[in-house]
Design a protein around this ligand. Sequence first.
Ligand code: NAG
Ligand code: NAG
Ligand code: NAG
Length: 263
Amino acid sequence: MAISRLNGKHPVIITGFLAFVLLYFTYLNIQKLADPNIVHLPNVQHNESEFSSGKNIFFILSTLSPRGEIKLTARQACSIESAARTNPDWKIFPLFVTASWFNALNNEFISPLLRYENIHLRTVDLATFALGTPLEDLFARHALQKSSYPVEHTSDVLRLLVLYKYGGTYLDTDVVVRKSFDLLQPNFLGSEGHGYVANGVINLQATGDGHRFAEACINDLAQNFNGTVWAANVPFLVTRNLRRFCNVSKVASMSPGSDRRVR
Ligand SMILES: *[C@@H]1O[C@H](CO)[C@@H](O)[C@H](O)[C@H]1NC(C)=O
Ligand SMILES: *[C@@H]1O[C@H](CO)[C@@H](O)[C@H](O)[C@H]1NC(C)=O
Ligand SMILES: *[C@@H]1O[C@H](CO)[C@@H](O)[C@H](O)[C@H]1NC(C)=O
């Protein structure tokens, strides 16, 4: 008798507990929505005509944040600020992957950036960003999230996809810009030594050779993305495709003198 009563109580306790957990999370969400200091970022896809000038500088912040709150370190903010100051007629887009909000009263390095009219914080939704591109399947099977290096690989893949979709300049968040990008001819990549082309600085136009090169890289990624090797994807892939694109075997031969299409 006593045992059956005890057993009978368990479902009540569990249901009560679940109801409490549900109410608590609803409360947290309502609090977040209602808090006037919580700023929600627009999705990068909300108005794609804002990229049409081609004068876009993208940063990708792919550090995973379980609560969806965006975070910036001092160094990242410094890098973004340097691009905004030296390129006032370019639009600067720091793209936060899956993270989408911040507290206006409680962030050290985001508020100072908002004083620059040309800095536009955006969020990227991995569920929709690759739709209609050659990487749609890769994203649909959550290959980035399942990778052994989700942060690095998401950033690697997104930089090429962003340039493929919109065109412009991608910068790593440890790059400090000292001059205007207007001084450079379009379609360039940074090199690290003579051995391989690095992928921390990439400019590709949304049309012509820049777009064709981005497309070649994206198609290569769609076929050969490998989540188990840290550098398997973008650094090697960019060098490999550049060799093919410029029809040269040595990185040193990819200079402006030897090829005028991609420099
Ligand atoms: C979209 O962006 C363009 C270019 O910046 C701007 O002119 C237009 O007003 C924007 N549209 C909306 C609906 O925000
Ligand atoms: C990824 O690369 C590793 C090392 O080269 C290899 O063992 C593995 O089979 C590759 N995985 C895929 C899915 O290609
Ligand atoms: C690539 O370069 C080789 C050697 O210079 C040349 O024979 C070949 O025709 C070139 N291919 C293309 C597609 O330009």
